[in-house]
Design a protein around this ligand. Structure first.
Ligand SMILES: Cc1cc2nc3c(=O)[nH]c(=O)nc-3n(C[C@H](O)[C@H](O)[C@H](O)COP(=O)(O)O)c2cc1C
Length: 150
């Protein structure tokens, strides 16, 4: 915690105050008796007080004993717990793949942002398709050249 807090303090000193700063936390390490969500909540509170705007809620596999579940939204509860107890925005990440699913996480207030990684590798048009599926008016503003490839 001290290392994280000292790093954040040093960055915040030089990073313009109007620009957002995020920190990715391994909210649990999936080891019994290891780093817990409650400890992450405490750390997130301290990070918020240091001027961190967003906690990106991941989890860690730092130990061979770690037992990580592999199911959709498995890290969303971390974003939800930190958002409820701390004065920071949270990002949910990990096995979020569908547009409606991503939107529901935000609309239900479980997180403020969703991050997707591997789904963007599977579908480079994920954002365009999601905008279409959700009826987002921005979809119509796509440069016409892109539509030839859809
Ligand atoms: C091979 C691999 C290694 C990763 N290592 C880490 C890691 O060390 N720490 C971390 O927070 N996330 C790690 N991630 C998670 C990614 O940074 C990213 O958050 C995740 O892939 C997003 O979930 P999604 O790909 O299911 O959308 C890893 C992901 C993969 C596929």
């Amino acid at each position: 915690m001290r290392f994280t807090l000292e790093t954040v303090r040093s960055i915040r000193e030089v990073w313009p105050p109007e620009k957002p700063m995020s920190v990715r936390l391994s909210c649990v390490d999936w080891v019994e008796g290891g780093w817990s969500l409650q400890e992450s909540v405490e750390l997130a509170r301290m990070l918020g007080a240091e001027g961190v705007d967003v906690i990106d809620c991941s989890s860690g596999m730092g130990s061979p004993k770690a037992q990580m579940p592999s199911e959709p939204e498995f890290q969303v509860p971390f974003a939800e717990a930190i958002k409820k107890s701390c004065n920071v925005f949270t990002a949910a990440v990990g096995l979020i793949t569908e547009a409606r699913q991503a939107n529901a996480i935000i609309e239900s207030g479980r997180a403020d942002i969703v991050f997707l990684a591997r789904e963007h590798l599977r579908d480079a048009y994920w954002v365009v398709n999601a905008a279409g599926e959700l009826g987002c008016p921005e979809r119509a503003k796509l440069p016409v050249a892109y539509d030839h490839w859809l």
